[in-house]
Design a protein around this ligand. Structure first.
Ligand code: HEM
Length: 156
């Protein structure tokens, strides 16, 4: 099989797994299990970093995709997928930075003696985090379409 298709199939599986960690991470946050929430979000972030490193290697050794052979619809599916990836990365970075600001607060420590968080920071964290998780899921759905297009082109 085409090594590029194998690479993208592995990338799709990686994105699916990291979305799973993100979804469970949200669930933990809602239950107040913040240590687990942090751990899940850290694993999801590391999987993104691993993908970015693998992607650089892929471009170096296998090259880029030849989009001149793609239909207009296929290119649009890719662009929308990329847009969701940008939202996932942007939301994740903002959530991470805001999450660090609430770290010593009672929202994280669950100790009423600790200071209360700035509600604006906690709210920004929640919104950015939800944006990242939803964008990741939508990026995953669009990536299925991108990979399906690649497989169809390889077979024709
Ligand atoms: C520095 C690491 C992090 C810490 C300490 C942290 C902590 C928290 C806390 C305490 C809450 C509950 C907020 C509240 O009840 O108002 C929360 C919620 C949330 N966090 Fe994080 N977080 C971190 C990283 C992340 C990252 C990287 C993401 C996303 C990529 C994320 C996504 C979310 C989401 C979506 C919620 C809201 C869940 C909901 O109620 O729907 N967090 N986080």
């Amino acid at each position: 099989m085409d090594p590029k298709i194998l690479f993208w199939a592995a990338a799709l599986a990686n994105l699916g797994v990291l979305c799973g960690f993100g979804l469970f991470g949200v669930r933990y946050a809602r239950r107040g299990e913040i240590a687990r929430h942090r751990r899940n979000m850290r694993i999801a972030s590391l999987l993104i970093v691993a993908f970015l490193a693998a992607y650089l290697l892929k471009v170096a050794f296998l090259g880029r995709e030849d989009q001149s052979l793609w239909s207009g619809v296929d290119v649009w599916v890719l662009r929308v997928h990329e847009l969701f990836v940008v939202f996932m990365l942007g939301g994740g970075i903002v959530a991470w930075l805001q999450g660090r600001k609430i770290e010593g607060t009672r929202l994280v420590t669950r100790d009423p003696a600790d200071p209360a968080p700035d509600p604006k920071v906690a709210r920004t964290h929640r919104i950015a985090g939800r944006t990242a998780v939803v964008a990741g899921l939508l990026a995953f759905v669009m990536a299925i379409g991108v990979l399906a297009g690649m497989i169809a082109r390889a077979g024709s």
